[in-house]
Design a protein around this ligand. Structure first.
Ligand code: NAD
Length: 492
């Protein structure tokens, strides 16, 4: 097993690592005195502990952030840019380390985490590049009036992330920083290690306290961030129920929110496609290989035209059977364990409900027999799924694909849209007119045609309906970390 590297100055137990959290440029324990075990999902062993933070820790991070902001706000956009480029450079030197750390802590396979660790510095650089786009507007006025707007950072902002891409999502501090804010990062409680080590890389680049990493549970640290009166902007990536709870909590202080939430994304396959390519595209779009389907954008509902239905299911099953399930540390592994016990049990519950409600189990559906430990779930395909089944309606967030048969265009569009989610959609046909017509009909924030998964840097990402609020990755994301002030001068 690869050694877990621990940032300088942190304590190491004989058998496990004790991480501290980063507040005000210092490593420290939580004021609650508690810790949370980080468990390796491949063998259920405790590999580290992280502080179980609380209100007082968040309050300290806010005070430290305010002090750092007083300095950071005096930096020009070009100077902030330079600092962020330096961070990206350091991240690029440590791709393998962070990939392995996430593989051990999250269960996602190493090869997928190498992709994540390569993309994380791109996120930092992307927003550093945009920093000089923070412009106001000037207005046509009478001769004795000058009127313009300026964009101002909020001060201290909160960034709450989920467990599925821990290091890649830690880099989501980028727009807040580029816009001139201090950022409090709260990682998922089961995958905090790479966020803490990410924090370590930032320490001697930015003003002390500009980036704090506060670990702990959602109902404690997460809530404390959302309810803190001096954090006016909160960005959240996670599930719909949590997003809804955050929106309620944020109401008291009228916080500015962005919410990147769950999905139950459709893939529509038309009869003219190359069936093998579409089946391969389905596996890619499901993100089976990178995160066992634990991805908000996974195409977990696949609508296949009846003319090619049997061939498609056979091709999909043949490919799924070849996906190598194994230890996420090994390069040959394609499918690792899912992230934590409760999530494993939830996924297994969905699989049971699919069987009970009459879906046909085409492959998978159990724990792989070669493992007696670890949260492994066989990649699973249900066919003959119908819309009233639970597996057709609720986000499973695991390696479970549901395949539906269709023969009528209007009905398939209605069924594809027949969910409370609206994050992504994936359309397969060689008829690009039909593809674009269908893309327009999708109630989703992002539609791929003939190939799901890839995203171009700088394009907006965010959901329709319950899948979220606001966009990420683009200029509007950067601007959302500022507030606009209008200044009117009367020339006397
Ligand atoms: P989650 O909602 O349970 O938790 C996400 C984060 O929120 C964690 O850090 C958690 O501690 C914190 N949290 C929990 N309750 C909170 C509260 N009341 N106040 C503040 N913070 C709180 O989600 P998860 O299980 O970690 O992640 C899976 C979900 O994330 C899925 O629904 C998935 O679709 C979604 N997701 C969305 C995107 C996107 O960009 N749209 C990306 C990745 C994951």
């Amino acid at each position: 097993m690869s050694e877990l590297a621990v940032p300088a100055g942190q304590k190491i137990h004989a058998s496990k690592k004790t991480y501290q959290m980063l507040i005000g440029g210092e490593w420290r324990d939580s004021k609650t005195g508690g810790t949370i075990d980080s468990i390796d999902p491949s063998n259920e062993e405790v590999i580290a502990t992280v502080p179980d933070g609380g209100d007082a820790d968040v309050a300290d991070a806010v005070e430290a952030g305010k002090a750092a902001f007083a300095e950071w706000r005096t930096f020009s956009a070009a100077k902030r840019q330079k600092k962020m480029y330096e961070l990206a450079r350091r991240m690029e030197e440590r791709v393998e380390h962070f990939a392995m750390l996430d593989a051990i802590d999250s269960g996602n396979p190493l090869t997928g985490m190498i992709e994540d660790a390569k993309k994380a510095p791109d996120e930092i650089r992307n927003f550093a590049n945009m920093a000089t786009e923070l412009k106001g507007t000037s207005f046509e006025t009478p001769d004795d009036v000058v009127c313009f707007t300026v964009r101002e950072a909020f001060g201290v902002v909160g960034r709450i992330i989920p467990f599925n891409h821990p290091y890649r999502f830690a880099a989501k501090v980028a727009p807040g920083l580029a816009a001139g804010n201090a950022v409090i990062l709260k990682p998922g409680e089961t995958t905090s290690l790479s966020a803490l080590e990410f924090g370590e890389m930032t320490m001697d680049i930015f003003p002390k306290g500009l980036i704090s990493v506060v670990t702990g549970y959602g109902h404690t640290v997460g809530r404390a961030i959302v309810k803190h009166p001096e954090i006016m902007r909160v960005a959240f990536t996670g599930s719909v129920p949590t997003g809804q709870a955050i929106m309620r909590d944020a109401a008291d202080h009228m916080k500015r929110l962005s919410l990147e939430l769950g999905g139950k994304n459709p893939m529509i396959v038309f009869p003219d496609v190359d069936v093998d390519k579409a089946a391969q595209g389905c596996i890619k779009g499901m993100n089976l290989a990178r995160s066992m389907g634990q991805s908000c954008q996974s195409n977990s509902r696949v609508f296949v035209h009846e003319k090619i239905y049997d061939r498609f299911v056979a091709a999909l099953v043949e490919r799924v059977a070849k996906l190598k399930v194994g230890d996420p540390r090994h390069e040959a592994t394609v499918i690792g364990p899912v992230n934590h016990k409760k999530h494993y049990e939830r996924i297994m519950g969905f699989i049971e409900s699919g069987k009970d409600q009459g879906a046909k189990l085409s492959i998978g559906g159990a724990r792989p027999s070669q493992f007696n430990k670890g949260y492994y779930v066989e990649p699973t395909v249900f066919s003959d799924v119908t819309m009233e089944m639970r597996i057709a309606r609720e986000e499973i967030f695991g390696p479970v694909v549901s395949v539906f048969k269709w023969n009528d265009y209007d009905s398939v569009v209605k069924e594809a849209n027949g969910t409370e989610f609206g994050l992504t959609a994936n359309i397969w046909t060689n008829d690009l007119t039909l593809a674009n017509k269908t893309a327009k009909a999708m109630q989703a924030g992002l539609v791929w045609i003939n190939g799901a998964g890839g995203r171009v840097p700088g394009v907006p990402f965010g959901g329709y309906k319950l899948s979220g609020l606001g966009k990420e990755g683009d200029l509007s994301d950067l601007l959302s970390y500022t507030q606009e002030k209008t200044i009117i001068t009367h020339l006397q």
